[in-house]
Design a protein. Sequence first.
Length: 496
Amino acid sequence: MTEDLNFVQKARREKLDALVAAGVAPFAYSYDRTHQAADAVASLPEGADEGGTVRVAGRLVAWRGHGKTAFAHLADASGRIQLYFRRDELGEDIFAQLALYDIGDVVGVAGPLMRTRTGEVTIRVSEVVLLAKSLRPLPYGKEEVVDGVTVRHSGFADSEQRYRQRYADLAVHPEVRALFVARSRLITAIRGFLDGRGFLEVETPVLQPQYGGATARPFATHHNALDMPLFLRIADELYLKRLIVGGFDRVYEIGHDFRNEGIDRTHNPEFTMLEFYQAYADYTDMMTVVEALLVHAADAVRAVSGIGEKVPVLRPPFPRIEWAPALSAAIGQDVMAIEDEALRRLVSAQGIDKVNTMSRPKLLDELFGALVESRIVEPTFVVDYPVELSPLAKPKRGNTALTERFELFARGRELVNAFSELNDPIDQRQRFEAQARLRAAGDDEASGVDEDYLRAMEYGMPPMGGVGIGIDRLFMYLTDTANIRDAILFPTLRPE
């Protein structure tokens, strides 16, 4: 194995061997901290030159030796603090061992606080303990101050390596850590909002015998003991609505869904969805809930230091446009009256491939995405979709060719999808069967007939409004993040 190591890695292994030979345990069990770095800095009163003793632990991120003294910076999850080492303070042997330390080593230090002549809060180290030897150098980039602002350049030669080695990306880029702190705050805020409105958080199956709730190609697997095929869920919807039948009036789930589809700047095969359902509500009620939820979520992300300035200010009510009139205006004719072949030509003219294999619903969806969805900038509700695009939504009152459905778009991306949920089991069976015919004709994104879900509906399903929100895309919108890989800790990638 050692012959595969580069020069720097070999040098670090040699330092490791020297430390072990000197009786130093290079990989500790624990360290008793009293402060994080930022707390230690804040604990020295303004104007004071000296303070009490602190114990901090973290990674060495800078080092400057000056003969009998040395300065370093230690970084932890909270920030940085400067360290000051003196040979007279530590003794000859311990001070000599510092030459065997490297940038990236995890250490624990103790000592009194002091303020240097430049005003920087510093620990005058009286004790240093190696907690974990870094055997591989982290890709620290160069830093420079431009117009008073510290600019940090990435140390990754290949940006894709940031996603493959997210642990290293997080270790060297505090701004990336801040981004994922903001994502956590977003999800916490969503939970608090829904809990406060009487919704119950539940968990539904990820492995399902019959996938449904969306139009997408699933991941298929096989259960050996039961000798049966199973699918990773493409949506949470059908199980959550079963719970409404069972007597829970308001339910939600935040979990991972899986779709066996392409990967691009806005799609990852594994993604996080929020779905929630409210009995006795319709899609107009859910628009109001969505507006309030997004404002609450945006406020939570805005409060995260280093992230908040990117977050747009949301001002309900959001504009509303109708699906068919918007697309008809874009193509200059009534989209609902266009024959299939003419529709194919229109879609093909947008540079979209494989139109000959697409079903009519897929063609309509592609055309809307190219001519309307992609041009929506500010948060906007698109309402009243054609029935063939919405197999789980109730017909629109007064026009059964349409459904009571809305999607929220912003910056050309879908953020929210919602319905007045279909609760007529006879109508639902007909729509399932229509989807099954599309599937038999070659549309591998169409669903089949879920007999158990139909049975649940036949017991009596209350009217309800339902909402699905893509957490990844919502987070991308709120933080002005262009690529979904930057919004997911460990995105799906090709093998190296």
